[in-house]
Design a protein around this ligand. Structure first.
Ligand code: FAD
Length: 289
């Protein structure tokens, strides 16, 4: 099923993100995550893509293989992430062919982070170029990423939103946002994006913070601002792992309730492959969707 049909129904879409097992782990370890998520009935599950993609013995990327498992074994709509910053056009073309062969219809088209330790490839400079390339090669539904608190490389919000509009003009018909902890930042971003003509559904990316190292990692990587309420909660429980986990879940639920009440198009939950956390949140907000 293409994602566009989900948003035509006028309800808040509730979706999950998972990531493939590490290079050293078997792909089979993903089954325990998926077994824990399957009866939570997400509208779709998206699967992240590592720089350049990690190949399986079958010659597909792990992302493609897991998306195929989500579709065929669990009968849930998958979305395959695809980055281009470390890939040649031939590599991207091969990945698109794999996705087609496996009946994967939805792609989150991304540039990927520029990592000085991984050789950069210049076949694609921006995600919008990848979007145009995908459009010429198949009938995929194409999603894109957006940044409520401005992408790290952008000089300012105005430039970032004008660049986002280029991605829409290239063929993106749905956006998933970077994680944020301050809903007002998201509302303000959506308002500006709409004024700039970004008229596609925008899902809010919510990451439940459930341990201390996650906070530090996420904040350095994405530059998300931390509201006082969030900092207070995290400081109070930082040395009590169970309390911190429960407080992180409660904070995410509070964010989601506010977003749904404000008419958000969708919630994209970064599950971190943790079915316990995804279940607690899904159960708390299920009747609101
Ligand atoms: P782009 O849309 O290309 O934007 C990158 C920067 O370039 C921005 O600053 C933008 O303003 C600027 N820009 C864009 N177009 C132009 C232009 N024409 N002229 C000048 N400047 C321009 N990374 C992974 O490696 N794997 C994943 O699976 C993954 N999943 C993600 C999922 C979500 C929901 C999000 C929000 C991010 C994800 N990322 C993932 C991270 C993402 O790859 C990085 O944030 C990356 O740095 C930017 O990707 P992008 O597709 O947003 O890039």
């Amino acid at each position: 099923m293409k994602l566009s049909s989900l948003f035509e129904q006028g309800k808040t879409v509730f979706s999950f993100e998972i990531f493939p097992p590490k290079k050293t782990s078997s792909i089979d370890t993903i089954y325990s995550t998926l077994e824990g998520l399957k009866d939570l009935k997400p509208a779709f599950i998206s699967v992240t893509y590592g720089a350049g993609g990690t190949m399986t013995e079958a010659g597909h990327s792990k992302t493609c293989e897991i998306a195929s498992i989500i579709k065929n074994k669990y009968d849930i709509t998958p979305v395959a992430h695809l980055t281009c910053v470390n890939s040649t056009k031939a590599q991207v073309e091969a990945e698109l062919n794999s996705l087609k062969e496996n009946g994967i219809e939805n792609i989150l088209a991304l540039r990927g982070d520029i990592n000085p330790d991984i050789p950069r490839c210049y076949d694609f400079k921006y995600a919008s170029e990848l979007v145009s390339f995908i459009k010429e090669r198949g009938d995929f539904h194409i999603s894109g990423a957006c940044y409520p608190e401005v992408h790290n490389d952008a000089d300012n919000m105005v430039d970032d939103i004008l660049n986002l509009k280029k991605k829409i003009d290239a063929g993106v018909t749905h956006l998933m946002s970077q994680l944020f902890f301050d809903n007002n930042a998201f509302y303000s971003f959506v308002e500006k994006a709409r004024i700039a003509g970004v008229n596609v559904p925008i899902e809010a990316g919510i990451m439940p913070v459930t341990n201390k190292s996650q906070i530090e990692r996420m904040v350095t990587m994405c530059g998300a601002s931390l509201p006082q309420k969030f900092v207070k909660v995290m400081q109070k429980f930082e040395n009590n792992p169970e309390a911190l986990r429960d407080a992180g879940i409660a904070y995410a639920i509070d964010q989601i309730v506010d977003l749904i009440s404000s008419g958000v198009d969708g919630i994209h939950l970064y599950t971190m492959n943790n079915p316990y956390v995804a279940r607690k949140i899904s159960e708390a907000v299920g009747n609101l969707l």
